[in-house]
Design a protein around this ligand. Structure first.
Ligand SMILES: Nc1ncnc2c1ncn2[C@@H]1O[C@H](COP(=O)(O)OP(=O)(O)OP(=O)(O)O)[C@@H](O)[C@H]1O
Length: 289
């Protein structure tokens, strides 16, 4: 279990990236959802002990992470947003190298570990190919393999599915879900579906603050009967925005479809629809605006 208490960070340029963040994150997949600039990467890097907060604490199964960074690093695996690889190295050689860095020094043990990891992330067949020729999905799965070295209790994955095609994305998320059966996995993303599909618990973070913390299903339930849909002419939108709480506006088959948040029917032509996590997310972003 990971506990984050009152974590705050203001950068030298005055940007308040984290403001008194409190989160409790149990074993399993935890989705950290937020728009660009919300503070997700700052939070991920802070949990990964790569940067210091101004104040606050983080404990992992009782270990004070910020004051025992060396010990904490042994217990965590991190796949950063901009995970770079040496393009001329093979997957196996590079993983061997990471294993050495993580202290797996005995040759036989390391060989067995690398083999097991490559099989786990489904890269065994391509183990001798150069990383430079890997697709985005293969690279991300390789990134997970390196994060798993040392059997970490906590895996931090920062925006891993951006740029992956649907098949690769599914494959990657299934792999994460499998891993999430036994360890804490924090998945930071701005893609709502990633969280809907996978995460029994989540938080929405915006402008450095936690806006919502709980179970996606519960949050969706709290909007039942309050989300309304209508197809509108573009010219109507500006006026609607003045009188109604617009959650989202989307082009569907060439027509603009709006979702509106309202306790009662907001007007002629609206129909009540079952809410989804996107409605929850946009509702929170609007409230934070
Ligand atoms: N080193 C830095 N110095 C100054 N400001 C920073 C620094 N790193 C991030 N910021 C700012 O802090 C805020 C939070 O950034 P952060 O990268 O944590 O957000 P994010 O949710 O990960 O966004 P993205 O999805 O765009 O990566 C942003 O306003 C960003 O511009």
């Amino acid at each position: 279990m990971l506990h984050i208490r009152e974590l705050s960070k203001t950068y030298a340029n005055g940007v308040k990236a984290l403001h008194q963040i409190n989160l409790d994150i149990p074993t399993g997949m935890f989705g950290l959802l937020g728009p660009n600039g919300a503070g997700k990467s700052t939070l991920m890097r802070t949990i990964a002990t790569l940067q210091d907060p101004d104040s606050g604490s983080i404990t992992l199964d009782g270990l004070d992470v910020l004051n025992n960074k060396h010990e904490a690093r042994k217990q965590l695996g991190y796949l950063p947003q901009d995970f770079g690889v040496y393009p001329k190295e093979s997957a196996r050689d590079m993983l061997e190298h990471f294993a050495v860095l993580k202290g797996v020094l005995a040759t036989g043990e390391r060989r067995d570990l690398v083999e097991a990891l490559l099989k786990q992330v489904n890269l065994w067949e391509v183990r001798n190919q150069k990383l430079g020729g890997f697709s985005g999905g293969m690279r991300q799965r390789f990134g997970i393999a390196q994060a798993l070295i040392g059997q970490p209790k906590l895996i931090i994955v920062d925006e891993p599915t951006a740029g992956l095609d649907p098949e690769e994305r599914n494959r990657f998320l299934n792999l994460l879900a499998e891993i999430g059966e036994s360890v804490v996995v924090i998945l930071s993303t701005h893609i709502v579906e990633d969280v809907t599909d996978l995460c029994p618990r989540m938080a929405i973070i915006c402008k450095g603050e936690v806006r919502l913390h709980g179970e996606p299903r519960e949050s969706i339930r709290s909007l039942e009967g309050k989300v309304w849909k209508r197809t509108v002419a573009k010219a109507e939108l500006a006026d609607m925005g003045k009188t109604m709480t617009l959650l989202s506006t989307r082009l569907v088959g060439g027509q603009t479809v709006v979702h509106v948040l309202s306790d009662a029917n907001p007007g002629a032509g609206f129909e009540a629809i079952p809410p989804d996590l996107e409605d929850v997310y946009f509702g929170q972003l609007r409230a934070a605006a």
